[in-house]
Design a protein around this ligand. Sequence first.
Ligand code: GAL
Length: 414
Amino acid sequence: MKRFAFATVSTLAVMAGSAVVAEPQAEVLHWWTSGGEAKSVAVLQEEFATNGGTWTDMPVAGGAGDAAMTALRARVLAGNPPTAVQLKGPAIQEWYEEGVLADISAVAEAEGWADVLPASIAGHMQCEGTWCAAPVNVHRVDWIWANADILAANGIEMPSTWEEFNAAAEKLQAAGVIPLAHGGQAWQDATVFEAVVLGVGGPEFYQKALVDLDPEALTSDTMVQVFDQMRTMRGYVDENFSGRDWNLATAMVMNGEAAFQIMGDWAKGEFLAAGKKPGEDFLCASTPGDGYLYNVDSFAMFNVEGDDNRAGQDLLAKLIVGPSFQKVFNLNKGSIPARTDVALDEFDICATLSAEDMGSTSDAGSLLPSYAHGMALRGAQAGAITDVVTAHFNSDMSSADAVQQLADAVANSY
Ligand code: GAL
């Protein structure tokens, strides 16, 4: 109905002979609703408005976007997709294959995206040679965050091995501190799990297990050790963890209720939004082990009718990859710019570490896509893995049973 109404109005205007100037409009579906996230998306809303755009907000709360993706499917099935959608990784290709994405190559070419984006990021944004999404940032997933005072009071350094992490957690627990702030939602379990896979198995193992889905890696002794470590970590979580949102877990670290959180650097956006200082109030370090798990947020434009909507899509795409937005947004969001030509002097120590590690891991071949945040696998395969990870974490399933279920679930997911 809505699309029909748009078409009618613009047709009438043309028929009446008036000069029709498109007024950029966009209905934007995203899941950025926490304190740090909302502050970040407001930057885009403001830039859009300053450039003459009218933004209709469609926020769907729920970390990692599971609820947002359900809402998207319903809208597309109803034949009424939003103009722009926060979408990333292989899901972009999956929607492209459905024939519902708009081609934004004209903007990408006019703005020279190919010259300012790393090839690995550009690859995710292209569908059969055309540009089908605009990248916002690079989030690192394999981070550990800590309350600086709690660590100092207990004589604990940031752990650089999983043994050190476990020893620190035992010590904190004995001192009556919750070692690990965690929210029992499947995607948060998956976020911790992939950091443990990378740390315990190393980058090559991660690639084989969670990118190539090699059955041998999935059922290996190394994967058994990964589940053993997950079981150990389950013991470091407080009993009220079920269903807790990730930003509430971050708040526990902020408020001194818990010592550590393992979470992507959108958690840093929460610390910053609350006025906390990195290196003083909170500490950041990559989770134990080598490698870097990347998660690139991006927006895809859906096929919609109307010049105003199309003008809105072009304007949004242009602004998203523009240098000013990439800087200000990422200063708030906790991530680093996707563009390589944005100076990082105003960014903090965690962002600097992220950028340095991204460069060195890219050279070393250990810059890897996050499976938990939809960068490595298609939805069916990622979902099959997460189901097993979360079932194991929330039961007394043995590690041996977990690896078998993991291999079976992946095999049955195609
Ligand atoms: C990630 C997303 C981040 C952040 C996080 C929590 O998947 O890439 O931007 O929003 O979920 O919702």
